[in-house]
Write a protein that binds this ligand. Structure first.
Ligand code: AMP
Ligand code: ZN
Length: 465
């Protein structure tokens, strides 16, 4: 049974979805005005881990990640470049999609764009105006915090601290009360705007998420997840708008991922410690080492990203990969080793126990390392059966459906490697076994394992080439 920390209650709780067997989950997605940085990816990779684990324990997951493609930053970027907002945001959205693929983050079921959901936002704002929870000032519309007594139930922040937490827009000076926030911003000359029933203008940031989450997941859903900086005011505001609109509880579990800092300091361009995923890859780091580093700190702890840590992540990954290569080439015998089944069972138990405990990744990973240690001892001096090997590989494949760090499975191989495989086949047919074995060994060193089956040769890739 998964237990997870719920920011709303401030406690680790048993996770129970509204509908048995299915989880409805919403993620505040990127603002597509620039390349996403490794801090953003800490949060997205964590969300991926959570989603993959929910699937691992048997849930179907319906996942929505919104795309913020209209706000001050995207508008400014498009204006500076002299292109349309759409053209500008399309570019960064495509780069984001490439990046999440690089990090093996599973795609959401829906990636709704704010600019394509203006009608849904207008509908909510209209109801909020009718209910007296919102008011007009000039051409803008604000949410009236005093109409929602539960405000701050998520963040529990005292009013006196609010100023330092809140991102206050300069154009919001007309509000009745300082923490009232804008639902709709009146149109400005150099900004894109929409002509709607509530006037000409563009939506505020918070209303986007309420509209898009409720559209795809219903008025009450299971999980809402994002980085800790979103707790206040963004998520607090989402709750106020959504619950005032529907009269129902908005979300059952609010899950927040702590931040990433770099070499002990907040990441910032001016300090020169700001990295996008692409920056790290162009320095030669493997995406899977980056992913491993990002998942290996518990999500509620601050993650201190260092290059030393990244290099250790790379070494750990290589150790696991080397083990898999060794395993494939370990000596075989007919009879299975009964110890292996028990070791795998114990590792899976440890992995689940860790993950079930608020996604305690350190405990989960140590169960895997313990297994590798024990198996290494076995294959070093005792042969194992083909069935044993298969069981071990199946286990690693299963675990990797959650961690997504190992280069398992069949991939399309580069042409020259396919040529080597073919050459070996021909050598075998000619009964030139010396040559066939030489090629097999060469490929093994490259992390490609060949298996001769009745249906022909099969291969497994154990290393990113
Ligand atoms: P943004 O595009 O700024 O709205 O951020 C996208 C996501 O990244 C949000 O869930 C943020 O909370 C998260 N985020 C931003 N900075 C960091 C950071 N330094 N560490 C972890 N997550 C972050
Ligand atoms: Zn949001």
């Amino acid at each position: 049974m998964l237990r997870i920390f719920n920011t709303l209650t401030g406690r680790v709780e048993e996770f129970k979805p509204i509908r048995e067997g299915i989880v409805h989950m919403y993620t505040c997605g990127p603002t597509v005005y620039d390349y996403a940085h490794i801090g953003n990816f800490r949060t997205y990779v964590f969300i991926d881990l959570l989603k993959r684990y929910l699937k691992f324990i048997g849930y179907k997951v319906v996942h929505v990640m919104n795309i913020t493609d209209v706000d001050d930053k995207t508008i400014k970027g498009a204006n500076l470049k002299g292109v349309s907002l759409r053209e500008y945001t399309d570019f960064y959205l495509e780069r984001f999609m490439e990046d999440i693929e690089t990090l093996r983050i599973e795609k959401a079921d829906y990636f709704p764009r704010a600019t394509e959901h203006i009608d849904e936002m207008v509908k909510i704002v209209k109801v909020l105006l009718e209910k007296g929870c919102a008011y007009r000032k000039g051409d803008s519309i604000y949410f009236r915090i005093s109409s929602f007594p539960d405000y701050r139930k998520l963040s529990k922040i005292q009013i006196s601290h609010e100023k330092s937490y809140s991102r206050i827009d300069s154009d919001e000076y007309e509000k009745e009360f300082m923490s009232d926030f804008s639902l709709w911003k009146g149109g400005k000359e150099d900004e894109p705007f929409w002509k709607t029933e509530i006037g000409e203008g563009r939506p505020g940031w918070h209303i986007e998420c309420s509209a898009m989450s409720m559209k795809y997941l219903g008025e009450t859903f299971d999980i809402h997840v994002g980085g800790v900086d979103l707790i206040f005011p963004h998520h607090e505001n989402e709750i106020a708008q959504s619950e005032s609109f529907s009269g129902k509880k908005f979300v059952n579990y609010w899950i927040h991922c702590n931040h990433l800092i770099v070499e002990g300091e907040k990441m910032s361009k001016s300090k020169g410690n700001f990295y996008t995923l692409r920056d790290l890859i162009s320095k030669g780091w493997r995406p899977m080492a980056i992913r491993y580093l990002l998942i290996s700190t518990h999500y509620r702890n601050l993650l201190n990203f260092t290059f030393n840590g990244l290099s250790q992540a790379e070494q750990t990954l290589q150790r696991i990969e080397n083990f898999l290569v060794e395993l494939e080439s370990a000596k075989e015998r007919e009879v299975s080793n009964p110890e292996i089944k028990d070791l795998i069972k114990e590792a899976e138990r440890g992995f689940r126990e860790g993950m079930d405990d608020d996604l305690n990744i350190s405990i989960a990973l140590s169960a895997i390392f313990e297994l590798i240690k024990e198996l290494n001892k076995i294959i070093k001096d005792k042969p194992i059966s083909a069935k044993d090997k298969e069981q071990i590989m199946d286990f690693f494949t299963k675990i990797d459906s959650v961690l997504a760090i190992l280069p398992l499975g069949k991939k399309e191989l580069p042409e020259e490697i396919m040529k080597m495989i073919k050459e070996r086949e021909e050598a075998r047919k000619r009964k030139d076994f010396a040559k066939a074995d030489r090629i097999r060994e060469e490929l093994r060193k490259m992390g490609i394992i060949l298996e001769d089956t009745r249906e022909g040769v099969r291969w497994k890739v154990l290393k990113d080439s």
